[in-house]
Design a protein around this ligand. Structure first.
Ligand code: IZC
Ligand code: ZN
Length: 413
């Protein structure tokens, strides 16, 4: 069989296959056919794979990884929150800004007043940045509309972008992100509204695959979160939870109890919660960019999680308040210095382990025969170099479904 594309002479292929370690292949090749990986190995590609129309890419001196997967973002929203910087510098805590009607609620006002087209064009700018920096699949949460029309507007925007933009988008309904101002003091009323009105519609229209809850002091309690998740499960949603981000509330334990695909943040997770996640196979999505940006002086205990056997993923948490960046390469450096993870652990956390967090581990996340040909060629001799030389974009090419979509710093489709 002739391949459509062969990457030859790749100095470093970080395959991230589902084995111990990150599966590094030195001086190898990757063959692609019909958007799928046909073969990956060390050495030279067999001659019979090369046809007249085979595209050959020489990756001598380069590092090839699976397309990066950003398993936690708040992609679709209006406005920005740079005006909160002085408050942050004065030390006003994040949950205090939210209580004052700022934070998430300020983004809610901007998202409600934006049209679907405006939201889409802003989100396209973000998706372009993600792709240019090597992200080929992204999870996208709603949660800045809270009312029916705006939540649906945001989820429809993400669904439409999934069909037009090369980055694949996996949607999550996150009405349980904050209590909207019109339900202030009436959390129960807001929960009933979500459960009775919004969730059935979202499920019926196939607008989201996952449901996520911000289980946090002053937002949704563990009891409220459990109730929302149980109702979501009845409607067929898979689950995620913003767990133990700031105040310890045994969110990790709740994720295990509810058989969530992932528990995210986990800075304040208990040792028991971490052990239970390992046993149950709940993926931990850590967000070190958020720890940095909230100036918490504290990161998720990724080393402890890894030692316990938890599958650890890393994502940006891209959102306008607590991590305004689309760039997973910057997050690699925060993960390394903040959570003491090695570059090999980090790349696996942004590929295969991230694929587990969005239930796509059989299709993407590693360079293995039969998986989608979503690949990044970094202009770096090894993956350590990408983490070490921070704040710049090391991407040379991005390949999505077997097609080159980024080359020389530009999107070329
Ligand atoms: O807009 O502040 N933590 N949700 C939960 C966020 C951070 C996003 C935001
Ligand atoms: Zn988040």
């Amino acid at each position: 069989m002739k391949a459509d594309m062969i990457i030859i002479n790749a100095s470093n292929i970080v395959s991230c296959s589902d084995v111990q370690g990150s599966g590094i292949i030195n001086d190898g090749y990757i063959a692609v056919k019909d958007g799928i990986i046909l073969d990956v190995s060390s050495g030279n590609a067999p001659k019979e794979l090369k046809g007249e129309n085979t595209t050959i890419i020489d990756a001598h001196g380069k590092t090839v990884t699976p397309g990066l997967i950003d398993a936690h973002t708040h992609l679709v929203h209006g406005g920005s929150r740079e005006k909160e910087l002085p408050l942050k510098l004065k030390g006003v805590p994040y949950l205090e800004i939210l209580k004052m009607g700022g934070g998430i609620l300020s983004t809610v006002r901007n998202t409600r007043s934006a049209s679907k087209e405006e939201l889409k064009s802003k989100a396209v700018q973000s998706l372009n940045q993600m792709l240019l920096h090597g992200t080929t699949t992204v999870e996208a949460k709603s949660g800045y509309g809270l009312d029916f029309d705006t939540e649906i507007k945001c989820l429809e925007a993400a669904k439409e972008l999934n069909t037009t933009h090369p980055v694949d988008i996996i949607s999550t309904y996150m009405g349980a992100h904050a209590i909207p101002e019109e339900y202030k003091g009436n959390t129960q009323g807001y929960i009933s509204f979500m459960v009775d009105k919004v969730m059935p519609y979202v499920a019926d229209k196939g607008l989201a695959e996952f449901l996520d809850v911000f289980c946090e002091e002053g937002v949704f309690s563990p009891e409220e979160s459990r109730y929302i998740m149980k109702e979501a499960q009845k409607l067929g949603f898979k689950l995620k939870i913003h767990a133990d981000e700031i105040i310890p509330l045994n969110g990790a334990e709740l994720a295990v109890e509810m058989k969530a695909a992932s528990a995210d943040h986990l800075l304040a997770a208990s040792d028991e919660g971490i052990a239970a996640m390992a046993k149950a196979g709940v993926t931990a999505v850590t967000l070190p960019g958020t720890s940095f940006y909230l100036m918490l002086g504290k990161y998720a205990q990724a080393r402890k999680m890894l030692d316990c056997g938890v599958r650890v993923a890393i994502a940006t948490d891209y959102n306008p308040g607590t991590c305004p960046t689309e760039n997973l390469q910057s997050i690699m450096t925060f993960a390394c210095f903040g959570m003491k993870m090695t570059p090999e652990e980090i790349i696996k956390a942004m590929t295969l382990n991230a694929a587990y967090a969005i239930d796509r581990n059989t299709e993407i996340g590693s360079i293995e025969k039969g998986k989608k040909a979503d690949l990044v060629i970094f202009n770096a001799p090894n993956i350590d170099y990408v983490v070490y030389h921070f704040g710049i974009n090391h991407v040379e090419k991005v390949i999505k479904n077997g097609n080159i979509v980024v080359e020389e710093g530009k999107i070329i489709i």
